[in-house]
Design a protein around this ligand. Structure first.
Ligand SMILES: N[C@@H](Cc1c[nH]c[nH+]1)C(=O)O
Length: 321
């Protein structure tokens, strides 16, 4: 043991250097914002059955910390807040609108040597029982109000749509699509389209997608080359969000956005600071997650990734010194 005496495991690297004062101050700003909008704060358990995340998030022993408990059951450290909150809502036997917020850690095994912590501090909200435009608008308003209250300079909001992504998957029927979109790999896309022999408007759309990332005008132009109703509906939902946004200048649209959670079914939102390559917040609509339990209830939410946010804020401070 002697050689480990002064060391911490790779899994805890940046969790050990979090600035607690700054973290608590951001947390209290978010807490009062969520409270003032009627979001009830929850404290959720740290241990869950591994099965829950396996079935919903497709997690496995490479992505979760797993243990066998005293009952001989496979349990894990909480890997996500949205899933246990959906269960809690289900167990409350209601279909009414409920607003929840939370602060705490999620634990996810990261790829080795990437320097990313496995202990991720999140703060977020979930709006259950409110579907469609109304729910999307409430969530977006809180994303924007919270970014403003934290005082992120040069913020960026990226909007994507899970329905758009899943519809493309259905039209294309090839698992390689996910990688190509995620990387916006334009030459891979070209050879892929040729190999698959796509023609007509699908071919034109696929070839344009890697270059489609842009502002509202770029998004609207994409509508001219699309003739699929589901894809068009998804774009219209994104345009509706732009119309009510108070951050229009800072909003960009990414039709190549791949869902970071496989429970996303609609609008997806990512927030960035100029000083971070990773998203400082992410979220989305998840209208099918409750049906894993016993309910058909629409929902949407987002979480701040506070480790990433703190790092971005400290880089910003350094740059301004
Ligand atoms: N749970 C998601 C964020 C989210 C909250 N609500 C909806 N999405 C994540 O960890 O990335």
């Amino acid at each position: 043991m002697e050689e480990f005496k002064y060391l911490i495991p790779e899994e805890s690297t940046d969790a050990a250097s979090l600035d607690a004062t700054k973290l608590r101050s951001i947390e209290s700003q978010l807490r009062s914002l969520f409270q003032s909008h009627g979001y009830e704060e929850l404290m959720l358990p740290t241990f869950e059955y591994a099965n829950l995340y396996q079935e919903i998030r497709n997690d496995n022993e490479e992505s979760m910390f797993e243990f066998v408990n005293g009952e001989g059951k496979l349990i894990t450290l909480r890997a996500d807040f949205t899933v246990p909150i959906a269960r809690l809502y289900n167990n409350a036997h209601t279909s009414a609108t409920r607003r929840y917020s939370y602060f705490g850690k999620v634990y996810r095994i990261q790829e080795r040597h990437k320097g990313r912590s496995s202990e991720l501090y999140q703060g977020g909200m979930e709006l259950l029982g409110k579907g469609g435009y109304e729910g999307d608008a409430e969530c977006l308003a809180l994303v924007e109000a919270s970014m403003k209250s934290i005082g992120i300079t040069n913020p960026k909001l990226e909007l994507g749509h899970a329905k758009f992504f899943h519809r493309l998957e259905t039209l294309v029927q090839d698992d390689r699509l996910r990688y190509i979109l995620d990387k916006k790999a334009n030459s891979r896309m070209k050879s892929f389209v040729e190999e698959k022999g796509f023609t007509g408007s699908l071919k034109e759309l696929l070839l344009k997608l890697p270059y489609s990332f842009g502002d509202i005008e770029d998004l609207k132009k994409m509508k001219d080359i699309i003739d699929d109703d589901i894809l068009l509906e998804a774009i219209d939902e994104m345009i509706a969000m732009y119309d009510i946004s108070t951050m229009k200048e800072d909003m960009v649209f990414d039709l190549c956005m791949v869902p970071t959670q496989n429970y996303y079914t609609g609008i997806m939102i990512k927030g960035y600071s100029y000083y971070s390559a990773y998203a400082i917040l992410s979220g989305g609509r998840y209208d099918k997650l409750l049906s894993y339990f016993d309910k058909e209830v629409p929902a949407i939410g987002f979480s701040y990734h506070l480790n990433t946010l703190l790092e971005a804020l400290s880089k910003e401070d350094e740059a301004n010194d």
